[in-house]
Write a protein that binds this ligand. Structure first.
Ligand code: AMP
Ligand code: GLY
Length: 421
């Protein structure tokens, strides 16, 4: 198959690494890519938000399948626009609304009995603040639309919650994404991410992963896109996964089918688990970053074949296979991230895969400049390490990081600790 992969993060570099192992792949192009990709695979003449430019590329290069990494093109309807030209891995626009609008997502969950926190949506700060006064702390304020991971405030005090409401509804700091806010009850528990490959009729879950959203050790500081991840997650035992399948994944599949927009592509369930009971914190319509970098290293499947079967509505009726052991992914971020951060940090030449095969570096916010590699984004590099178990994977990962200190980059020292008894 001839494939076009869209996106530029560590997630896409890991997806590329996995797709290129497929016996079904004949040629792959990537757009826009990053400094980790060979120059020869970078597609020319595409603009990500101009689907006509993508259609022309698909026709010119006889692409069989587009693998969509990030959410924006999906929420903008890339699948609806191009599915007559080739297979597209990712949901149609209405199904992608599960990520594109938190209000849509919440009312969908209510319609289909999917367990989640109670929430109400508001367009005016007066109404929102009146409702706020009737709730308990902590409380969660969410901008409705896509806000690059910055639209959620977990407020410990009423003034903090009020400020978040006023920022979104009156000061419009999220623009159109924040003209509606949700006020959501706080959920206790431990977070886990479950990704399922879906074909409109069934959802095949991967093993669970855990992200680390806060920027500093011990979950301190502001939220980020994700500072590290590991898989598998010890508290996601078969009984919990069974509940996730029946109460979350299967209900999304049945609900979307019933509402006329069958869910195909990757469904990301961000969950809070309390006493073995899963509740949905958020849905995303694509692979998560950095969980994907860990999960794909353990997945014992042909990802390209699964993407094709997902888009065709023809996934096999069996569970997905994963290797034993554990993988950890540690994000190296630029000083200042998630605020204003350093750019153009010179990066050492790092082999993608080390000689043992246990360590793999994926690139995220990097670019090649005059032969050298420099940082361009906040999350710059992703170190992944495989081990017998999580403690072993952690040890291997941090041993490498201690050796390659890069000035201008920092990382959390506690990734994976929560998964070790
Ligand atoms: P989201 O962008 O919806 O994933 O929210 C970002 C982060 O905020 C989540 O990963 C959680 O850590 C936290 N969060 C969101 N909603 C809730 C909630 N209802 N209760 C507790 N924490 C939440
Ligand atoms: N890991 C969080 C996300 O991809 O949204």
């Amino acid at each position: 198959m001839r494939v076009l992969l869209l996106g530029s993060g560590g997630r896409e570099h890991a997806i590329f690494w996995k797709l290129t192992q497929s016996p079904n792949l004949s040629e792959i192009f990537v757009f826009p890519g990053n400094g980790g990709f060979p120059d020869a695979v970078i597609a020319k003449g595409i603009t990500l938000n101009d689907f006509e430019s993508i259609r022309a590329f698909v026709k010119g290069k006889q692409i069989d399948l587009i693998f969509v990494g990030p959410e924006q093109p999906l929420v903008d309807g890339i699948t609806d626009s191009l599915e007559k030209d080739c297979l597209v891995f990712g949901p149609v626009k209405r199904a992608a609304m599960l990520e594109g609008s938190k209000e849509f997502s919440k009312t969908f969950m209510e319609r289909h009995g999917i367990p989640t926190a109670e929430a109400k949506s508001f367009q005016t700060s007066v109404d929102a603040i009146a409702y706020l006064k009737t709730r308990n702390l902590p409380i969660v304020i969410k901008a409705d639309g896509l806000a690059a991971g910055k639209g959620v405030t977990v407020a410990q005090t009423f003034p903090e919650a009020e400020a978040a409401i006023i920022d979104a509804l009156d000061k419009k700091i999220f623009g159109a994404s924040g003209t509606t806010v949700l006020i959501e009850d706080f959920l206790q528990g431990e977070e886990a991410s479950v990704f399922a490959i879906c074909d409109g009729e069934r959802a095949l879950p991967m093993i669970a992963a855990q992200d680390h959203k806060r920027v500093f050790d011990n979950d301190q500081g502001p939220n980020t896109g994700g500072m590290g991840a590991y898989a598998p997650v010890p508290f996601m035992q078969p009984d919990v996964m069974k509940r996730v399948q029946q109460e979350v994944l299967d209900r999304v599949i049945a609900g979307m089918k019933q509402e006329g927009s069958p869910y195909r592509g990757l469904l990301y369930a961000g969950l809070m688990i309390h006493n073995g009971i899963p509740r949905v914190v958020e849905f995303n319509c694509r692979f998560g970053d950095p969980e994907t970098q860990a999960l794909l290293r353990l997945m014992d499947e042909d990802l390209l074949l699964l993407a094709k079967q997902s888009a065709e509505g023809a996934l096999p009726d069996r569970s997905l296979k994963f290797a034993s052991g554990a993988v950890i992914c540690i994000v190296l971020a630029a000083d200042g991230y998630p605020g204003e951060y350093l750019k153009n940090i010179p990066l050492p030449e790092l082999k993608t895969v080390d000689s043992s095969g246990d360590i793999i570096f994926f690139h995220a916010g990097t670019a090649k400049q005059a032969g050298a590699t420099v940082s361009t984004g906040g999350r710059v590099l992703n170190l992944t390490a495989a081990g017998r178990d999580l403690a072993d994977a952690r040890k291997r990962a941090y041993a490498v990081l201690e050796k390659i200190q890069v000035p201008g980059l920092f990382y959390r020292k506690d990734i994976g600790l929560k998964g070790i008894p």
